[in-house]
Design a protein around this ligand. Structure first.
Ligand SMILES: [Fe+2]
Ligand SMILES: [Fe+2]
Length: 256
C-alpha cells in the first residue's frame, strides 16, 4: 500500500499547490491513500468546513490537524459530524471531534491516529499513553496504522517514533513546517520522519510574510500575521507499507 502524507497545508498558496499537484502525483506514484495535515489551511491558521470539503474533493482521504485547529469557531460543529477531519486524540475527554479513524482504500483498511506533543504546546493528556491505548484498539482491525505526531520538540517526536516502533506502520511529525532529512525505517519496521514540512509559500517564515515575522522578532510587539505570497512548495512523504504485516517497506521525502 502506498500512502502519501502531505505536510501542513498553509493558506491559499498551499491549497493551490495541492490541487495542482495531486492528480499528477497520484498517477505517477500510484498512491492508495492520501493524508494531509490541514491545521493551517485557512489563512495560515485553522481550517473551515468549506476548505476541508475542498481538500477532500481534491483527493485527500483524511485530514489531520494540531493546535491551530480551533481557530475558526464553527469548525467545532464540523468536527462533530465529519470523521475524516481529525483533531489530536489526546485532548481531554469530552472535547468535540475524533483523534483517529479507520478507513478503507483500495480494499485495504488503514488506521490514522493524530497525536500532539506537550513540549512548548498546551498541557493536554499524555500523547504516549493515549496513543498506545488507541493503537492497541486499532490493531484488532488492521495492522496498517499511520500516526501524525504534531509537535514542537524534535525529542518528543523522536521518542514517539521509538515507542511505537513495530506497532505502527509510520510515525510522521508535523507542526514545525520545515522538512527534516532524517527519514528512515526503524529496526522493528516503523517508518519515521521528525517533520514532513510545509505545503505553502516558500519564501516565508514558516508560511508567514517575512517582514511581519522579522518585525515581530525585532520589536516584540504582537503584529497580525499574514500569509506570504509568491512561489509555493509541496512537502510530503511517500510511505510504502506491506498491507498484511503493516510494516513499512520504504519512506521517501517529496519536495516540489
Ligand atoms: Fe502547522
Ligand atoms: Fe501546529
Amino acid at each position: 500500500m502506498k500512502i502519501l502524507f502531505i505536510g501542513d497545508i498553509f493558506g491559499q498558496p498551499g491549497r493551490n499547490v495541492v490541487s495542482q499537484m495531486l492528480p499528477q502525483l497520484r498517477d505517477e506514484l500510484k498512491i492508495d491513500l492520501i493524508i494531509a495535515n490541514g491545521e493551517n489551511a485557512a489563512g495560515g491558521m485553522g481550517i473551515t468546513q468549506e476548505i476541508a470539503q475542498e481538500l477532500f474533493l481534491s483527493g485527500i482521504h483524511v485530514i489531520t490537524s494540531g493546535n491551530h485547529v480551533w481557530k475558526e469557531k464553527k469548525i467545532v460543529d464540523f468536527l462533530k459530524i465529519e470523521p475524516r477531519l481529525l483533531r489530536p486524540l489526546n485532548y481531554p475527554p469530552d472535547v468535540p471531534g475524533n483523534g483517529s479513524i479507520i478507513i478503507e482504500s483500495n480494499k485495504i483498511k488503514a488506521g490514522i491516529v493524530n497525536l500532539m506533543g506537550r513540549t512548548f504546546l498546551s498541557e493536554i493528556d499524555c500523547p504516549f499513553r493515549t496513543g498506545m491505548k488507541e493503537i492497541e484498539r486499532i490493531r484488532e482491525e488492521t495492522s496498517v496504522i499511520i500516526v501524525d505526531m504534531h509537535g514542537e520538540a524534535t525529542s518528543e517526536k523522536s521518542a514517539m517514533g521509538w515507542l511505537l516502533d513495530g506497532t505502527v506502520s509510520a510515525v510522521v511529525g508535523t507542526h514545525t513546517h520545515v522538512q527534516t532529512a532524517d527519514e528512515r525505517i526503524l529496526p522493528c519496521g516503523t517508518a519515521f520522519i521528525t517533520d514532513v514540512g510545509m505545503t505553502g509559500p516558500r519564501d516565508s517564515v514558516i508560511g508567514i510574510k517575512r517582514d511581519i515575522a522579522i518585525r515581530r522578532f525585532l520589536t516584540q510587539i504582537p503584529i497580525r500575521f499574514e500569509v506570504a505570497k509568491g512561489e509555493a512548495q509541496f512537502n510530503a512523504v511517500l510511505i510504502e507499507v506491506d498491507s498484511i504485516s503493516g510494516k513499512a517497506v520504504s519512506i521517501k521525502r517529496i519536495q516540489r
